[in-house]
Design a protein. Structure first.
Length: 152
């Protein structure tokens, strides 16, 4: 879908705070409330806006320990890839999983309470998945940037 300047500005404002009312957005964009509503609906129908979410402060819910796990599969067959992806999707601690190029096959973003929780996750969940050849984990020292907003 081709976005015009107003669509781009609308998305920028929604990414900053999607709970803004159409009236607030109409003032910022110099459009009628109806025009804002119609543009949002068009963006939703076309799939540009996939869903609306709440961003939770991980520290405040005791899930402030972030780990990036690199996974190498034993083989690169379609069966191994499909099976691994289906299993990793079921793991609540895994927020993100990417099939990547390079030395490892997958990069996982894992959040847990602490090192003990992570060890338990590795021993009882992650390393029990079939077809994993090896893993390597990196623990975050500090969060420098974390945003969901894309520059359009």
């Amino acid at each position: 879908m081709k976005l015009d300047v107003i669509d781009t500005l609308l998305l920028k404002h929604l990414q900053e705070d999607c709970k803004q009312t159409n009236k607030e957005l109409s003032h910022k964009l110099n459009l009628s409330v109806t025009a804002v509503y119609e543009r949002i609906k068009k963006l939703e129908r076309s799939g540009v806006i996939r869903k609306y979410v709440t961003l939770v402060d991980r520290e405040k819910v005791n899930l402030g320990f972030s780990v990036f796990c690199q996974i190498k599969l034993a083989q690169h067959s379609k069966e191994y890839l499909t099976k691994f992806e289906a299993e990793v999707i079921q793991l609540d601690e895994v927020l993100e999983c990417f099939h990547v190029s390079g030395e490892y096959d997958y990069l996982l973003k894992v959040i847990v309470t602490d090192m003990t929780h992570f060890r338990n996750f590795m021993v009882t969940k992650l390393t029990t998945l079939q077809h994993i050849g090896s893993t390597q984990s990196s623990f975050t020292i500090s969060e420098v940037k974390n945003t969901t907003a894309m520059s359009l």
